[in-house]
Design a protein around this ligand. Structure first.
Ligand code: HEM
Length: 432
């Protein structure tokens, strides 16, 4: 099969390589495609059409690890302000809906301000709370009794952790959970008006909480973010520094937008890392037992390594988009200014060129593991420290109690081209 080269990569489908590209990219927007196992299809894309044009809507699909990293790294040539998902193609924003939709130097300002709420020392200070929440949920699981790990662990845990992070009092939880479900696209089938109403109630709540923490700071992330200021050393934009003046902080509206974004960005992703990762163990006989044996001697390092494989294996964010700001070239293909470019993380994370001939195997001992599940470059996931902490504590608590994990019924996946979701996953844990 000839590989596409510059000149044969046309979008009109007249050349053989372009035709194959069209065929192979066609299923990518079909929700049904994601309900099965898309990995063999990604392998064909990488080998036969690694940079291929998808028709209607038109966008490039980039499936190899090196090319995904190259696009993500180059924020000058591939921008985020024109949307990060396929459904946003053609959208013009007056103001960016999230920090993910900004580019340097605006993005550098947001990032500098938001970073204070995600400093590793601050996130690690949450470890005791994360463990307490995890234990409460894991204690309810009985050995030998099938449990849906989606509804019993993966849905409540990230929501509880983020509620704690935001300082939401426990008596507010039921309301808060409804609000957060309402703002996560596709999480519920509630009517649009109801979702919109719940969404505005939540923004009002978060704005009030932000005003409250500005007056009387506590130790939660709202107080951290409300107090964040650009450092005195941050100067202008010419040296690549953030836009804005030293001492500048987030406005109330920016703060509320950012807090909503935390819910959206941090919930479904972490949820699916947990459920998809546990399914990975159940489907690979002996992987749990072997992790358990190794964890008994060097627990933190071993479980941290296993979490990276859960991330690679599940790749909770299937893909994100960029738009070319100028004519350029990618792996021998001419990309025109204004062309949307989809980075297929889920494929990059199975790339044999990086992960060798075990790329398609779930190997919790894989090390090094340069996966792209958290993205790459300037927008690298700001919540990665928190997601890793949650994954690690969950594994530790489950390993402490259970000696085996097996599938106890069919795993149902959600069909989404953006989030690799698991709707239900009945598993059975055996006594230690
Ligand atoms: C397993 C869990 C997670 C995965 C797989 C994940 C994935 C990602 C990816 C791929 C990006 C890159 C966006 C881009 O390049 O356009 C990103 C960015 C981001 N993530 Fe996560 N994420 C996870 C957990 C979290 C958590 C727990 C939070 C917060 C509580 C969070 C907040 C964010 C934010 C705010 C950004 C934007 C960063 C920026 O634009 O600079 N994420 N995430």
């Amino acid at each position: 099969m000839p590989l596409p080269t510059a000149g044969s990569s046309g979008r009109d489908g007249r050349t053989g390589a372009a035709r194959i590209g069209h065929q192979l990219t066609e299923p990518l927007l079909d929700p049904g495609f994601y309900a099965g196992d898309p990995a063999p299809h990604y392998a064909r894309l990488r080998s036969e059409a690694p940079v291929a044009w998808h028709h209607d809507p038109g966008f490039w699909v980039v499936s190899r690890h090196a090319d995904v990293a190259a696009v993500s790294r180059d924020t000058d040539t591939y921008c985020s302000r024109r949307g990060i998902m396929v459904f946003e193609i053609g959208t013009e924003y007056e103001s960016p809906p999230t920090m993910m939709h900004t580019d340097p130097p605006e993005h550098t300002r947001y990032r500098a301000l938001a970073q204070s709420g995600f400093r590793p020392t601050f996130v690690r200070s949450l470890a005791d709370g994360v463990r307490r929440r995890t234990k409460e949920l894991v204690d309810r699981i009985e050995p030998g009794v099938a449990v849906d790990v989606v509804s019993e662990l993966a849905v409540p845990l990230p929501l509880q952790v983020i509620s704690d992070l935001l300082g939401v009092p426990e008596d507010e939880w039921p309301r808060f959970f409804r609000w957060s479900e309402a703002v996560i696209p596709g999480a519920t089938d509630w009517p649009e008006e109801e979702r919109a109403l719940l969404g505005s109630e939540m923004v009002a709540y978060l704005l009030a909480a932000a005003a409250d923490r500005r007056r009387s700071p506590t130790d939660d992330i709202i107080s951290e973010l409300a107090a964040a200021r650009l450092p005195v050393s941050a100067s202008g934009t010419e040296d690549g520094g953030p836009s804005g003046e030293p001492g500048d902080g987030l406005s109330d509206a920016e703060l509320a937008m950012f807090l909503v974004q935390l819910l959206v960005a941090g919930n479904e992703t972490t949820r699916n890392m947990m459920s998809g990762g546990l399914v990975g163990f159940a489907r690979h006989p002996g992987s749990w037992e072997s992790l358990r044996a190794r964890a008994a001697t060097t627990a933190p390092r071993v479980t941290a390594t296993a979490v990276e494989e859960m991330l690679r294996w599940t790749t909770p964010v299937v893909s994100f988009l960029r738009t070319a700001t100028r004519n350029t070239e990618l792996a021998g293909h001419a990309i025109a200014a204004d062309d949307p470019v989809l980075m297929l993380y889920a494929s990059a994370n199975r790339d044999e060129a990086v992960f060798g001939d075990t790329a398609d195997r779930f190997d919790p001992a894989r090390d090094p593991n340069p996966h792209l599940a958290f993205g790459f470059g300037a927008h690298f996931c700001i919540g990665a420290v928190l997601a890793r902490l949650e994954g690690q504590v969950l594994l530790e608590e489950l390993l402490r109690r259970f000696g085996t994990v097996d599938q106890a019924g069919p795993v149902v996946r959600t069909g989404s081209p953006v989030i690799a979701g698991v709707r239900s996953a009945p598993l059975v844990f055996g006594a230690a």
